[in-house]
Design a protein around this ligand. Structure first.
Ligand code: ARG
Length: 576
């Protein structure tokens, strides 16, 4: 155990059980404003056993259990205990973390199979900033879950099926594959889609062809499937370019588009039928998920099959849940999708629960997020009024970062600069996205995102690079100080140590609510604690053994910075 609060809790557990007549009672150890920690459990326990809470708290203090751990124990208010940790205790905890490759981050108590549904752009349509958010948030959640030992399955639920593919395939044939391929794989997805759509609206002949083509596609006509696959491949080539630039984990192996669930829908529909949940509504076959009402207070239907006999987006999501639970053995499914789809997902989850496909302890969670806004606080658009092309956005981030680095550190050569600019530009973009509470909208702002001061990606990367440069300047290998004793004499050393020890809890809190911004806040606080330490406590100028102790503290800080940024999908360069 490395989190001092958790250690305290473990230490007190037997005593609390004793005081509770043998059954466990939570010592309830919490962070405190006045001291290092606060033990609150005496209050609840007193109520339970009918004792005076202050007396009980005094008993905990007098037990002597905390003699080595705390230099100061004070019963306060109605029966809290304020705890000030002894330096020797914190130093011992820190030694454990420094020797641990995982930096104190222990595997979760219960290991799960977690499916993360993220990114999910649509074939032959431009990825928009919403897909960027899904990709960045989803990727961080994948890394976070893996870091505590869960088995994570990434699924990129691309929109690769449905009626529009009739017109898209016909348009592909009209253009010829080469021309289409140039446009699509270069990322002119919007242009392609709009042209197809315009033809569909203008020409009856084209409409007719498109309709016939959908029938062929759905009927599994091989030449049609070949064309469809080409379309999917061309779009994927573009998506992959964006993923590579973004440095996310998604690969072709993670593709699990809507088309994959088409063959499964009939079976799922039959199971719905057998369960007696299907109702006819105006010619369509629907399920009424419990608790959903429309504006007039009537039950809200989830359409499983339309009047024309077609399965719907919702039906494919039902099949998708069944597949994840029954084939993949998912214990937890995270849907990283924008807030507008909240109701759709809640209805799908409820129908699955009613049908018995989604039962506790298996969980499906909508990890929703808000919009990216332009300066005008409206949905972000390019200057021409189109949706912003993600690939262009990423290039601009890197270009801007390169300019900033050239200005800050002209000694870095052009090749290194470009490598670092990629880390900084993309890191800035990701951090800006992840550091606001995900459910909120945010205003896209290049200057704020790329600032080297404040709660930004570059600031945190810079904190890391600064530590690396201390070692470089003194020509000391970082690993060489790793086993050194870290002494905590100054308040800034102590505060930094407390922060480092809180890293595992920061990850837990982040995972509890699937909120990367909580980890961002932690990393920022860590960087500012380091900054105060660096200002007040000379490192290289100090005499031994203080010098090595401080180097070791700096090294551990850099390791936690790099590791935590890594969980956000951000690389920490050694110089910038
Ligand atoms: N392709 C959809 C969109 O762009 C998102 C799909 C999300 N995943 C899902 N299982 N429905 O809006």
């Amino acid at each position: 155990m490395s989190d001092p609060l958790a250690s305290l809790s473990t230490l007190l557990a037997p005593l609390f059980a004793d005081l509770n007549g043998g059954s466990p009672a939570d010592p309830t150890v919490r962070p405190s404003d006045r001291a290092d920690a606060q033990i609150n459990g005496a209050l609840a326990l007193a109520k339970q056993v009918g004792a005076n809470p202050r007396d009980l708290a005094q008993q905990v203090v007098d037990s002597g259990l905390l003699t080595d751990v705390a230099t100061d124990l004070e019963v306060a208010g109605p029966g809290f205990i304020n705890v000030t940790f002894s330096s020797s205790f914190l130093e011992a905890e820190l030694a454990v973390v420094a020797a641990d490759e995982r930096l104190g981050v222990a595997p979760a108590a219960e290991l799960k199979t977690v499916v993360v549904d993220y990114s999910a752009p649509n074939v032959a349509k431009e990825m928009h900033v919403g897909h960027l958010r899904s990709t960045v948030i989803g990727d961080s959640l994948v890394r976070l879950h893996e870091s505590v030992g869960h088995t994570v399955i990434r699924e990129n639920h691309i929109g690769d099926w449905g009626r529009p593919f009739g017109m898209l395939i016909e348009h592909l044939l009209d253009l010829g594959e080469d021309v289409a391929s140039d446009g699509l794989s270069q990322g002119d997805l919007d242009g392609f889609y709009k042209q197809a759509n315009a033809k569909f609206n203008d020409s009856e002949e084209f409409q007719e062809r498109a309709r016939e083509r959908v029938v062929l596609l759905q009927g599994g006509d091989e030449p049609t499937l070949v064309l469809w696959r080409r379309l999917v491949e061309m779009s994927n080539a573009y998506f992959n370019r964006v993923y590579t630039k973004l440095d996310v984990l998604l690969t072709d192996d993670d593709l699990a588009g809507e088309s994959r669930y088409q063959p499964l829908m009939e079976g799922v529909y039959e199971r719905l039928e057998a369960s007696g949940l299907l109702h006819e509504d105006d010619g369509a076959m629907v399920v009424y998920p419990a608790g959903f009402k429309n504006r007039d207070g009537d039950p809200l239907p989830m359409i499983a099959k339309s009047q024309t006999g077609a399965f719907m987006y919702a039906t494919s999501d039902l099949a998708c849940v069944v597949d994840r639970v029954e084939r993949l053995g998912a214990d937890l499914m995270l849907y990283v999708i924008g807030s507008p789809q909240a109701q759709h997902l809640q209805m799908v989850f409820e129908v699955c629960a009613m049908a018995g496909w989604l039962q506790e302890p298996t969980e499906a969670v909508h990890v929703g997020f808000g919009n990216v806004l332009g300066e005008d606080r409206k949905m972000m658009r390019s200057r021409a009024g189109d949706s912003v092309k993600l690939a262009d956005l990423l290039d601009e981030a890197v270009e801007r970062a390169e300019a900033a680095i050239a200005e800050k550190n002209p000694d870095i050569g052009p090749d290194d600069r470009l490598v670092i600019a990629n880390m900084v530009g993309i890191g800035a973009l990701k951090y800006f996205d992840l550091s606001t509470e995900r459910i909120k909208d945010y205003v896209f702002d290049w200057d704020r995102m790329l600032a080297f001061e404040g709660n930004t990606g570059p600031y945190l990367q810079y904190a890391h690079a600064r530590i690396c440069s201390i070692f470089r300047r003194a020509d000391i290998g970082r690993a060489s100080v790793r086993a050194a004793h870290i002494a905590l004499d100054q308040p800034q050393e102590r505060a930094l140590a407390m922060r480092l020890l809180a890293y595992p809890s920061a990850i837990d809190n982040t995972l509890d609510s699937y909120s990367p911004h909580k980890l961002c806040t932690y990393v920022y606080e860590l960087a500012t604690d380091f900054s105060s330490f660096y200002q007040e406590c000379p490192i290289l100028k100090s005499d031994e053994p203080v010098r090595t102790s401080r180097l070791a503290l700096a090294d551990l800080t850099a390791r936690v910075l790099e590791h935590s940024l890594g969980l956000l999908g951000i690389t920490a360069p050694e110089q910038m």
